[in-house]
Design a protein around this ligand. Structure first.
Ligand code: FAD
Length: 488
């Protein structure tokens, strides 16, 4: 039997059983040829049902040696490859049709060194894996706000969460990474070793190799933190945004907050009063460890977030950090929702901008389509725009428009609505976007790359040319190697 796969440089190629067997015996993990759906379901599904992908071959790696074997095999046969960390790419960047999938989901170990406040995290771990083990020691590193999101894609592309204003982006907390590069070499990326690679992986995404492990700096957080989440009627969104805009500039860096508009689903995890209720939720966390401000005192700092109107329901309370980090999980099941997101940074949140954002929040096309406004600043700006590949450090706000729907027949309508909402906010934007919040429909993979990486793009292209001159890693927010003009 043969398997037909897409190649990087030319027409499709056929792999015979013997070829695949040669790889299978070299792997500790599994090699699957998913002609059947049962083989596919053995792999972690992706979040975005619009980009499920049908790989012809899946290498489910068990460690760095497997990653290197899979990569060398793909290179030898010129195979088109996608790398999957957590599978949460909204743009479907870890999905591939008729190519080879290098799946890291079995590589999810976390090792915590509480004395040195470090966590060594394998490249396929989720943020839930990291929080679970670091919180045993009352420690955390900035991660995403949904526990199921992968560490790999999120940290390589930046990473905003509830600790962002106090401890910066996820990528700012990476101290070292082990990277399997396109030539099959395993390199250490850190301030001392391959500093150009280290610079590039902190914001440049999966362009430079497969990260098999990260070392993160940890900070004292929780185990209980102050959490605010009043749910106001959506009709009040403009007033709530104004009140929030006026409150946040005076908050300490410990406070990270966001205004989210959505219609809650009627699920048993939520109180009945919220079922099918369009709301504007003001989420906030005060990042502190057990030796700092008590969660009860921190709740006082967050109190103004709860006084921006008359809530339909208020979920605010001191809460275990791990619960805050997983509380929104039920809204984002895997392989169920179709998704298309677009974001942009704002230099200020003027009354006019608020009116536009509020107007779009009120005419969302589907219940789970979110219009989010995030407060930035604090530690994010303590890192210079050229100190890491992640260039956008100064905007105080970001707006993210997250289209979510179920029916494939609604693809065109919802994607069109997200694009039009984004266009209407654009006059207030700085021109920069956040790559991890980019969806793709009919756009090429370089979409948004220039606007996100901006001043750092040229240096990134040079580093790409050093470590991946043939653009082997192209199933990502693709940076073309310097001198190359087309992804191929
Ligand atoms: P994957 O789909 O596995 O991969 C995405 C890209 O990263 C691919 O190009 C892949 O090849 C590459 N990649 C992944 N792992 C590795 C690795 N180990 N080595 C090399 N390349 C790798 N972002 C935030 O900043 N904050 C949030 O709070 C947040 N919440 C989210 C919630 C949901 C429900 C979703 C869907 C997304 C969220 N995001 C958030 C966006 C998130 O950062 C990106 O979707 C990110 O790509 C997810 O990483 P992943 O490993 O799960 O993705």
């Amino acid at each position: 039997m043969t398997v037909t796969l897409n190649t990087l440089h030319g027409p499709q190629t056929d792999l015979a059983d013997d070829d695949l067997e040669a790889l299978r015996v070299r792997l500790r993990g599994a090699l699957m040829c998913p002609s059947s759906s049962s083989a596919l379901s053995a792999t972690r599904e992706v979040f975005n049902a619009m980009h499920a992908g049908r790989p012809a071959v899946i290498a489910q790696c068990a460690g760095v040696a497997d990653v290197r074997e899979a990569l060398n095999f793909a290179r030898a046969h010129d195979l088109a490859v996608a790398v999957r960390g957590g599978g949460h790419s909204v743009a479907g960047l870890s999905a591939i049709d008729n190519g080879m999938l290098i799946d890291l989901s079995a590589m999810c170990a976390v090792q915590v060194d509480p004395e040195r406040r470090l966590a060594h995290v394998q490249g396929g771990a989720s943020w839930g894996d990291v929080d679970r083990d670091t919180q045993v020691f009352g420690l955390a590193t900035p991660g995403g706000v949904v526990s199921d999101t992968g560490v790999g894609g999120l940290a390589l592309g930046g990473g905003y969460g509830w600790l962002r204003r106090k401890y910066g982006l996820s990528c700012d907390n990476v101290l070292q990474a082990q990277v399997v590069c396109a030539d099959g070499e395993v390199r250490t990326a850190s301030a001392e070793h391959n500093p150009d690679l280290f610079w590039a992986i902190r914001g440049g995404g999966g362009n430079f190799g497969i990260v098999t492990s990260f070392t993160f700096r940890l900070h004292p957080v929780g185990p209980v933190v102050a959490f605010a989440a009043p749910c106001y009627p959506l009709e009040d969104v403009a007033g709530v945004l104004r009140g929030w805009r006026d409150y946040v500039p005076g908050t300490p860096d410990e406070v990270s907050s966001v205004v989210v508009t959505l219609t809650f689903p009627a699920v048993p995890e939520l109180p009945e009063v919220l079922h099918n209720r369009p709301c504007v939720v003001v989420g906030g966390v005060y990042a502190a460890g057990s030796g700092d401000v008590s969660p009860e005192d921190a709740m006082q700092v967050l109190a103004p977030l709860r006084q921006l109107g008359t809530p339909v329901f208020d979920m605010s309370q001191p809460m275990p950090y791990t619960m805050v980090q997983s509380g929104f999980d039920p809204l984002f099941p895997r392989n169920t929702l179709r998704a298309y997101w677009k974001s942009q940074y704002l230099g200020e949140l003027s009354d006019d901008a608020i009116d536009v954002i509020a107007g779009r929040a009120l005419d969302r096309p589907t219940p789970l389509t979110l219009v989010n406004t995030l407060h930035m600043g604090g530690a994010i700006g303590a890192v210079g725009p050229e100190q890491t590949a992640f260039a956008e450090r100064s905007a105080p706000f970001m707006v993210s428009i997250d289209g979510h729907w179920h029916d494939p027949a609604a693809d065109q309508l919802t994607i069109g609505w997200v694009r039009s909402a984004w266009e209407s906010v654009k006059p207030f934007g700085t021109g920069a976007v956040y790559l991890n919040f980019t969806g793709l429909a009919d756009e090429p993979r370089q979409t948004g790359v220039d606007d996100a990486l901006g001043r750092n793009l040229r240096r990134l292209a040079e580093i790409k040319a050093t470590y991946d001159p043939e653009n082997f890693f192209r199933c990502n927010n693709n940076i073309l190697p310097a001198g190359v003009t087309c992804a191929g």
